[in-house]
Design a protein around this ligand. Structure first.
Ligand code: FMN
Length: 362
């Protein structure tokens, strides 16, 4: 019980008061131009007040063309800074650390939403996406860095790079989607180049006290990632000393890998046995009960809650108060979700998202 309620210091020197992180959760509540709305402010600040040591925003796109959802929060323009400043001030006053997730959907940006052909490391017929030229890759890299600088101006304590779920950074990492024959494609070192260049650029521009985290997917045909390579990258990132935390998006932390050769150990064990250096490792995926938390925290430095935090804005407080706390049984009605600080737009999105998750066995 003590470990999860104890503080944790990142290499940047910043500290979180406990090991509970709010997962990045797309909620479709922002204004159409990407500005943070009152609804999204309420959703996030209720969680920071509810005891989360670290409050992370949803995926926020760094270029207009990288938008994935209606109502998605953006960080591609200085016009986004003002509303975000109010958010980070409030999160800080609730004694929580604020992190914005930097995102670009690449081939997964719907053409209908962005009004042009989506982009990808290489031409992709299934997504009707076109390959980026090498100068566009450099602009993409620089726009991630500029978005981090903007986030710092808005008062965020740091950023998380969304390198998971088959979005653009993951597309570059993947040997399935990245078929380039320049320095950003081919062998794993080249495919990993973009993420390292973004990290180096952010560190140079935002300084050593700024938190940098990276989120990765461990495996999956859809992500175009295999476990051998994701473990190789995870360890490379952690021992590089360049990032503060690594966030493994496992969807079910105690699940075994898909590939037969790696079965016999669950995903959390595969990553927790890697050399971490000073980097703090954490996981997300179906952590809902005190039992899950105590089991997961044995392996990693911190844990992240998504669906449990939707159901209970003050999960960390409830966990501290009730020794056997677990989330309320689902489904819950709309009135319950409204009381937990969700707007109609978020509730509507959740119904789509849950259908997708049931289909994909998450
Ligand atoms: C409604 C919803 C929105 C999500 N949005 C994001 C997102 O913006 N970025 C991201 O990296 N993951 C996103 N995820 C994945 C979550 O961050 C988390 O990894 C996943 O839900 C598993 O954790 P959980 O079982 O505690 O919910 C989303 C998940 C849900 C349910």
């Amino acid at each position: 019980m003590n470990k999860v309620l104890s503080s944790l210091k990142f290499t940047s020197g910043q500290e979180i008061k406990n090991r509970f992180l709010l997962a990045p959760l797309t909620n479709c509540q922002s204004d159409d131009d990407g500005k943070l709305s009152e609804e999204e402010f309420k959703w996030l600040t209720m969680r920071s007040k509810g005891g989360f040591g670290l409050t992370m925003t949803c995926a926020s796109h760094v270029q207009k063309i990288g938008r994935a959802f209606p109502g998605q929060m953006g960080i591609f323009s200085d016009d986004h800074i003002n509303n975000l400043k109010r958010l980070t001030d409030e999160i800080r006053s609730n004694k929580s650390v604020s992190i914005i997730q930097l995102h670009h959907a690449g081939m997964k940006s719907p053409k209908k939403l962005i009004g042009e052909t989506p982009v990808c490391p290489s031409d992709n017929e299934s997504y009707n996406a076109r390959a980026l030229s090498i100068s566009e890759v450099k602009i993409l890299r620089d726009d991630f860095i500029k978005a981090a600088v903007r986030s710092k101006k808005a008062g965020f304590d740091g950023v998380e790079l969304h390198g998971a779920h088959a979005y653009i950074i993951c597309q570059f990492l993947s040997s399935k989607y990245n078929l380039r024959d320049d320095i950003y494609g081919g062998n794993s070192e080249n495919r990993f180049r973009l993420v390292f260049e973004i990290i180096d650029g952010i560190r140079a521009e935002c300084g050593n006290a700024f938190i940098i985290g990276v989120r990765l997917s461990p495996e999956g045909l859809e992500n175009g990632i295999n476990l051998k390579e994701s473990k190789e990258l995870a360890e490379k990132l952690m021992i590089s000393g360049k990032i503060d935390f690594l966030d493994m998006s496992l969807w079910d932390v105690f699940k075994e890998p898909e590939e037969d050769q790696f079965k016999g150990k669950n995903l959390i064990e595969h990553f927790s046995e890697l050399n971490r250096g000073e980097t703090k490792l954490g996981v997300a995926g179906k952590i809902k009960t005190t039992k899950d938390i105590l089991k997961a925290i044995e392996y990693v430095d911190w844990i992240m809650l998504g669906r449990a935090a939707i159901l209970h804005h003050n999960f960390p407080i409830l966990f501290k108060k009730y020794p056997n706390f677990k989330t309320i049984d689902t489904p819950v009605d709309h009135k319950y979700l409204i009381k937990e600080g969700l707007s109609k737009a978020f509730i509507d999105y959740l119904s789509i998202k849950f259908d997708e998750m049931v289909k994909n066995n998450y």
